[in-house]
Each structure stands twice: as structure tokens, then as C-alpha cells.
Design a protein around this ligand. Structure first.
Ligand code: LLP
Length: 411
């Protein structure tokens, strides 16, 4: 098997397993796809990469080179961006409980926009802005009431979400009052994010229509950010919508709705994470032991929930192949299990795979989002290396953790 024209066996020899592999040709195509299609003649557009999906310096360098903007949600993500000299004016800083330290860092580094979640956060920003005598651009995160879970969406649900404020609620009104009386806080617009791994474009359209409705209260053209959440293909059960269709649908919805309302906006933003990095990512494992129980057959791999928590946490499904046996008959119904001391440490349950032997390599697909970024050292597992492959060449993006690094913070 080759990824971006690099032999996977060579990667195994060079970097060992488990190994995260990213096809950078594919990654760049995804970034370009959004950047090229998410455009309008009527208003500015901005595509933010939601770095929580996979935040390492090397991927941020690519995002920067492509001219993308960035969504950061913590001091750690801001700091990673700082280390690659990402233009902070292109960063939107998110989070429902930003600490004083985080806000000071963001404002001190002239972050482009703070996406404010609640009234108390706004008070903290006002205090910092006053102390620093510095203008701070903010948008308000709105709970639009649209919530989407994969194939379904519901309006007027989820009013108690921990994220955002409800339009015209007491909290919302207090925020607008504070903004009106502030010298340094500059209100720029609204943000809404309705969920993740969503396939139903109607849900995004519904949220966008709501935001445009809220923007009618203001005379100046606002920034509307409709978040991320565009679904990807993990298995054949998933049918994601291509980014040109997603982009054009959202832009067209905005055009139609703005014309109907006779309204102008300054900018429309989206912040995809998963749909940029998920399908470019693969995880390579070595099969250790194979075991049969009365009703099951297990292929044990040298990683598991420590490098991919998603199956255990969300019952997420994945596809896999045995390297070199992609075209062999899939004769065994197996469960691919990790090496953690947890019975829930199963990466794939009941998948048909060819006969395998110890030492074979197993690859899982679509592991590029929320895999490395949610990895852990449970059972003192070492975080795998991350390698980028592009045009027949490989490049180490993150070194494999060593045992000494694992203990380096322990007294
Ligand atoms: N914007 C905001 C405000 C978000 O909260 C998120 C994701 C995104 C953008 C990017 O969403 P995406 O395009 O990646 O779906 N750990 C979960 C996903 C959590 C998503 C959290 N927020 C998973 O592995 O499925």
C-alpha cells in the first residue's frame, strides 16, 4: 500500500508503530477546496481551520501558507500558533471558560476576534481592555437552538447547552448593554456552532438563517461565523457532502436570505476541522497476538484507545485493512482490540478482514481528526509519532514520545 506515493512498509521500518500518517497532498486539496469555493461577490468570506481537530506546528504552518485563518480554544492552541508565527489577527479565540491568563495572552498578542461565550467573560475582557487601553474585537456565541446530530437536526432544542447565549435572553441583553457602555470592546457579530460530523445541510442553513435574523437588529454590517461540523466518511455508512456543495449552499443561502431581508453583512466565516484533516489521516499498527473466544476472534494491535479514543468514547466506527492483503478474501469476522487494560478498548468491532498473522500491519482509515489531538498516556502508553507524506516523500512532524519524556514532569 502506498500513501501519497510512499510505501507504508517503508514508513513502518523508519518510524515504527503505532504511527499516525497524514497524506499532505490530500490535506492541501481540502484546504484549497474550502478556500476556492467559499467565496462571495457580496461580502468577505473567511475559512478558519478548527485547530482542535489536529493542532501540531507543522499543520499550522501549512494552514498559514495556504492563507487560512484559525480557530483556537486554549492557551495551548494559541501558543502553538504563536510558535509558528501565525498572524494573530487571523485567529478567532473560542471557549466557554477562558481563563484570565488565556485572555491576557490573546489580547496581548492582538488576537483578531474573541468569540465571547457569556456575560462574565465579557466583563473580564472589558477589564483587561481597560487596563491595556486596547480595542478588542468580539463576536457573541449564540445558541441558535439548532442542534444537529449526524443525520438529524432539531430546532429549538438544547436551550441548556453550556455554549453560547440565547438571543434576547437576560444574559444576551446584559452583554449588549456592557458593549454599548464600553470604550474598548468592539462588537463585530455572531457565532454559532451546531454540532459535529453533520451530513444534513439543512441544519447549517437553518442556523445561518437564524444568525441573519439576529443581525437585523444592527445597522452596521456584521461578521457571521457559522462554525464547523461538516461530516466525513469513516465507513461506507457515511456519505459526506463535498466541500464545494457545502460552500456553495451556504453562500447561496446567505445571498438569498440577505436579499430577502434587504441586509448587508461584512463577512461570512466557516470553521471546519474534521473535514480538513480526518480523511487525510491513517493509523498504522502491528498485529501482535490473535485470539479466539467462543464467539469472537480478536486481532490485537500495538495501540488502541490511547491513540484513538473515539470508538470507546462515541462508539465511532472505522474501516481497516491488513497491509499487503487488501485484495485477499475477507474471511474472518474480527474485533480489532487495543492493548489497554480496559475491555472497552476496541478499535473496530465485527469487521471482515483477511486471515492475518502476528507481525502483519493493520491500517485504520480516517483517523486524522480528534485522534492525535485526543490521545493520552493511559497505561503509560507512549504517544505515537506523526509522519507527513507528500509527493513520494516523508517527513516527521512529531517524534514518538520516549520513556524518559513520559516521566520528565514527575518528581
Ligand atoms: N468550531 C467550534 C466552535 C467547535 O466547537 C468545533 C468543534 C469546530 C468548529 C470544528 O468542528 P468540526 O468541523 O471538526 O466538526 N471530539 C469530537 C468532536 C468535537 C468537536 C468539538 N467542536 C469527535 O471526535 O468527534
Amino acid at each position: 500500500m502506498r500513501i501519497a506515493d510512499v510505501d507504508v512498509m517503508d514508513l513502518k521500518k523508519k518510524y515504527g508503530t503505532p504511527l499516525y500518517i497524514y497524506d499532505i497532498d490530500h490535506l492541501k486539496k481540502n484546504m484549497d477546496g474550502y478556500l476556492n469555493y467559499f467565496k462571495s461577490n457580496d461580502f468577505d468570506t473567511e475559512v478558519l481551520y478548527a485547530s482542535k481537530a489536529f493542532s501540531v506546528k507543522e499543520v499550522l504552518r501549512i494552514a498559514k501558507e495556504k492563507g487560512m485563518s484559525l480557530d483556537c480554544v486554549s492557551l495551548g492552541e494559541l501558543y502553538t500558533a504563536k510558535k509558528v508565527e501565525f498572524d494573530f489577527s487571523k485567529i478567532y479565540f473560542h471557549g466557554n471558560n477562558k481563563t484570565r491568563e488565556e485572555l491576557e495572552f490573546a489580547i496581548g498578542n492582538n488576537v483578531g476576534i474573541i468569540v465571547v461565550d457569556n456575560f462574565m467573560e465579557l466583563e473580564a475582557i472589558e477589564d483587561i481592555a481597560n487596563n491595556k487601553k486596547k480595542n478588542v474585537n468580539i463576536i457573541i456565541r449564540i445558541n441558535s437552538g439548532v442542534s444537529a446530530h449526524t443525520h438529524k437536526f432539531i430546532v429549538t432544542s438544547h436551550i441548556d447547552s453550556k455554549f453560547g447565549v440565547l438571543y434576547k435572553s437576560e444574559e444576551y441583553n446584559k452583554m449588549l448593554e456592557l458593549i454599548a457602555n464600553s470604550n474598548f470592546i468592539k462588537f463585530k457579530g455572531f457565532h454559532s456552532h451546531i454540532g459535529s460530523q453533520i451530513f444534513d445541510l439543512e441544519a447549517f442553513r437553518a442556523a445561518l438563517v437564524k444568525l441573519i435574523g439576529y443581525a437585523k437588529d444592527f445597522s452596521e454590517p456584521l461578521i457571521l461565523n457559522i462554525g464547523g461540523g461538516f461530516g466525513v466518511r469513516y465507513t461506507s455508512e457515511d456519505s459526506p457532502i463535498p466541500f464545494d456543495v457545502v460552500s456553495q449552499t451556504l453562500i447561496n443561502t446567505a445571498h438569498e436570505e440577505l436579499a430577502k431581508e434587504n441586509l448587508k453583512i461584512q463577512k461570512l466565516c466557516i470553521e471546519p476541522g474534521r473535514s480538513i484533516v480526518a480523511e487525510c489521516g491513517y493509523t498504522l499498527y502491528e498485529i501482535g497476538y490473535i485470539k479466539k473466544t467462543p464467539n469472537k476472534m480478536y486481532y490485537f494491535i500495538d495501540g488502541g484507545m490511547t491513540d484513538n479514543i473515539r470508538p470507546a468514547l462515541y462508539q465511532a466506527k472505522y474501516d481497516a485493512d491488513i497491509i499487503g492483503k487488501e485484495n485477499e478474501p475477507k474471511v474472518n469476522k474480527v474485533t480489532v482490540a487495543g492493548k489497554c487494560c480496559e475491555s472497552g478498548d476496541l478499535i473496530i468491532e465485527d469487521i471482515m478482514l483477511p486471515e492475518a498473522k502476528s507481525g502483519d500491519l493493520l491500517i485504520t482509515y480516517t483517523t486524522g481528526a480528534y485522534g492525535y489531538s485526543m490521545s493520552s498516556n493511559y497505561n503509560k502508553a507512549l504517544t505515537p509519532a506523526v509522519v507527513f507524506v507528500e509527493g513520494g516523500k516523508d517527513k516527521l512532524a512529531v517524534k514518538r514520545q520516549t520513556l524518559d519524556e513520559l516521566l520528565e514532569r514527575e518528581i
